[in-house]
Design a protein around this ligand. Structure first.
Ligand code: NAD
Ligand code: ZN
Length: 381
């Protein structure tokens, strides 16, 4: 089968690889119909995170079930399913408590937790930017879709990661109706956090970035766009909230954050959040920070350490939640909002491309070229 394979920093190609197949009785085999390129793929694509050459990318996957193992009794051949990027077992200590983002069974490294398709340090699992994908613990890891699965494919595929991830940011921040919310990052994840805050009834949503096309998408869903190349975002938020600061804040950039002048300073977004969220406010950090950042600007950054202003955070009595999103916790409800026509996350989709166009798509998305907001690869086209 064809698959998007990593050859080294900023080098992917579409190669022939061995077909995905059922390996255990609990596996489900899916013919991939839609698979997104994610900002998280760029950590590996750029070489910031080590990824084995020859491995397949792709953790935002959706498709049709074409085969099930003998131990699968819920998911049926022919059904359309969307797959949470977290691969989890459902029965370990963390999964039982709902933390499918930190599954202990599907992650072979005893010093780590959590697994994903096609991801560095997240287990050996192949990615779904391919014609087929093996889904472990298929009954647990497939979310079944209704008859509108194909018609709304560009919406439902967002349930694999970024819609629940954006929602998780707002959950960790504690967004409730009437809140003011500031979101750093208007990439796909930040825009999904903005959509989620709006769904939750936030009174005011402010989204900070510097790419005009992404800021326009934030405005399209009723958020206030803040261009930090021309505006001080902290002062802007204070001005919008009678000097108090926003009730909630979301970090949707991660350790590749930089200032508009190009200075690499990943911690800037965290400190700006601490400064622009009110006393006792909540902050949700879904942008990725890791114990290692080989490409970091100095030794401290390379060890994953950030000069975070904990003193001000403590003084303001703020809360902060962090980490991978537990997709399964939210994707059923978000699926039903899409089905009911009450949420349409596909407004961020800029490109629907064939698998063969992946190398060009990676380059454009990585360079954040104008108009390249979210790419969906369609391997069957
Ligand atoms: P992206 O790179 O497309 O978007 C990031 C955006 O942040 C860009 O538009 C960029 O211009 C902007 N930005 C850079 N520096 C900034 C700053 N200082 N202030 C404000 N905006 C700034 O990526 P994405 O797909 O939207 O993903 C965002 C982050 O979320 C990545 O780190 C990704 O790995 C992470 N992520 C986490 C999870 C999770 O489960 N926690 C899931 C998916 C993605
Ligand atoms: Zn992703």
């Amino acid at each position: 089968m064809k698959a998007v394979v990593y050859n080294g920093p900023r080098d992917v190609s579409v190669n022939d690889v061995p077909d995905a197949k059922i390996e255990r009785p609990t596996d489900v085999l899916v013919r991939i119909t839609a698979t997104n390129i994610c900002g998280s793929d760029l950590h590996m694509y750029e070489g910031r995170t080590d990824f084995e050459t020859g491995r397949t990318f792709g953790h935002e996957n959706m498709g049709e079930v074409i085969e099930v193992g003998d131990g699968v009794d819920k998911v049926k051949v022919g059904e359309r399913v969307v797959l949470p990027f977290n691969i989890s077992c459902g029965f370990c200590k963390n999964c039982e408590r709902g933390f499918t983002n930190y599954c202990l069974t599907t992650q072979p490294d005893p010093a780590a937790a959590g697994a994903a398709y096609g991801f560095a340090a997240m287990g050996p699992w192949a990615g779904g930017q391919a014609e087929m994908l093996r889904v472990p613990y298929g009954d647990h890891n497939c979310l079944r879709l209704g008859e509108d699965a194909q018609e709304k494919e560009n919406d439902y595929v967002m349930l694999s990661d970024i819609f629940p991830t954006g929602y998780h940011a707002t959950e960790m921040a504690g967004v409730v109706p009437g809140d003011s919310v500031v979101i750093y990052g208007a990439g796909p994840v930040g825009l999904m956090a903005a959509l989620s805050a709006t769904i939750k009834g936030a009174a005011k949503v402010m989204v900070v970035d510097r790419h005009p096309d992404r800021l326009r998408l934030a405005e399209q869903i009723g958020a206030i766009a803040v261009d930090d190349s021309t505006t001080d975002p902290v002062q802007f938020v204070l001005d919008q909230t009678m000097g108090l600061g926003a009730d909630r804040g979301c970090e949707c950039v991660g350790y590749q954050a930089h200032d508009p002048q190009g200075t690499e300073d990943p911690v800037m977004t965290l400190n700006r959040l601490v400064q622009s969220v009110r006393f006792t406010g909540g902050i949700g950090v879904v942008g990725v920070f890791l114990p290692q950042d080989p490409g970091g600007p100095d030794e401290m950054a390379q060890q994953g350490k950030v000069a975070f202003d904990y003193g001000l955070h403590w003084f303001k009595g703020q809360t902060m939640g962090n980490g991978q999103a537990p997709v399964k916790k939210y994707n059923r409800q978000l699926r039903d909002l899409i089905a009911a026509g009450k949420a349409s996350p596909s407004f961020i989709v800029s490109h629907n491309l064939s698998l063969d166009q992946a190398p060009d798509a990676y380059q454009n998305f990585d360079e954040r070229n104008d108009g390249w907001t979210k790419v969906i690869l369609k391997p069957q086209q």
